[in-house]
Design a binder for this molecule. Structure first.
Ligand code: F6P
Length: 360
């Protein structure tokens, strides 16, 4: 029977999303002769009337769209339909409207590309609307359980590594300590991977407690050994030495991570006398073309997600494990947060290279 499936991107964007949309569309059309509808702006497209969705065809993905950053469908990381903020400040449960939106479109299946928060909401919404649902993990933070990689992560690591490559010569020219602050929310994956790849002397991540004394001591040691500069990479969720979160509030009072590199720069100058500068890398980590790894992941995830719907499966998440695309229970994946393992390979590698992680 010919099916009609919907696809949406939800939560923060990252590199590789258009490649997933292209892979899903291609597999659904070539493999099964189905219709694909791209839902605009995440869950919002199904709450609006008329429903905001467009048919996706092979024409929709003429080059260079699959290689482009961002998402052609748009996305949102606000407006959970179960607790939707209204203009008058009240909160409304709009999950029934979402279910109705799926009915209006006549969906036989829904594929959602999101991080753990979005996938959790989408799974509950799809359950309510009785629509088979498959999740595809994407986030530069790489913090979703049961998958080794999420779409967008390795591209973000490339961007952060390139930033260290660019900071190194200017640090060396001016005898400075350079601090790079990277994203990752509560997980230190980007900082750890880019720190090793980009030759950082110090890597600070939320999963490993640090002291300023250890950081300052390491800078002084490498300077004594003949270095005239030091590179530090810090994950945005690292706290102050006293355990305080460092956040920025926008004019609406909404808080987000930001500023730990500024705090560290001041403390390092006080403790070592070294001239120190900091760079907050921000959203450049999410934009730009996906690298080859993310394109491969996006393609494999997209094809497998469509195949799962064809097999009548639901409430599953596609995942990458041991060089293969597999599928796992979506519920289990959401429950198991994928932070950096303090005894894991990359932490051991960093220590083996003499990189300071702030705990000794
Ligand atoms: O989850 C992805 C992410 O880029 C985090 O690394 C970061 O903390 C957050 O989103 C930024 O969110 P926003 O785009 O709302 O500023």
């Amino acid at each position: 029977m010919k099916k009609r499936i919907g696809i949406l991107t939800s939560g923060g964007d990252c590199a590789g999303l258009n490649m997933v949309l292209a892979a899903v569309t291609s597999r659904a059309i070539h493999g099964y002769g189905w219709d694909v509808y791209g839902i605009r702006q995440g869950t919002l497209g199904l709450l609006r009337r008329p429903v905001e969705a467009e048919p996706l065809t092979l024409e929709s993905f003429r080059a260079p769209i699959p290689r482009m950053g961002g998402t052609i469908l748009g996305t949102t990381n606000k407006g959970d339909p179960f607790a939707f903020p209204l203009d008058d400040g009240h909160i409304k449960d709009r999950s029934e409207e979402f279910a109705e939106g799926c009915k209006i479109l006549g969906l036989d299946g829904l594929i959602g590309i999101g991080g753990d928060g979005s996938l959790n909401i989408l799974r509950r919404l799809a359950h309510k609307g009785h629509v088979p649902f498959i999740g595809i993990p994407k986030t530069i933070d790489n913090d979703i359980g049961l998958t080794e990689n999420s779409i967008g992560f390795t591209t973000a690591v490339d961007v952060a590594t390139e930033a260290l490559d660019r900071l190194q010569p200017t640090a060396a020219s001016h005898d400075r300590v350079m601090i790079l602050e990277v994203m990752g929310r509560d997980a230190g994956h980007i900082a750890l991977s880019a720190g090793i790849a980009g030759g950082a002397h110090i890597i600070l991540i939320p999963e490993i407690p640090y002291t300023l004394h250890n950081v300052a001591k390491h800078i002084q040691t490498i300077m004594k050994e003949g270095h005239n500069f030091a590179l530090v990479i810090v994950a945005e969720a690292v706290k102050t030495e006293d355990g305080e979160k460092v956040v920025i509030a926008d004019p609406t009072g909404r808080k987000r991570f930001g500023g730990i590199s500024h705090y560290l720069a001041d403390r390092i100058t006080e403790l070592t006398g070294a001239e120190t500068r900091f760079t907050v890398l921000g959203h450049v980590q999410r934009g730009g073309q996906p690298n080859a790894s993310d394109r491969l992941l996006a393609s494999s995830f997209g094809v497998h997600a469509v195949d799962l719907i064809a097999q009548g499966k639901s409430d599953r998440m596609v995942a990458w494990q041991n060089r293969c695309v597999v599928d796992v229970s979506l519920e289990e994946a959401i429950k198991s947060y994928g932070e950096v393992e303090p005894q894991g390979t990359l932490v051991k590698t960093a220590r083996g290279l003499g990189i300071c992680l702030g705990d000794s």
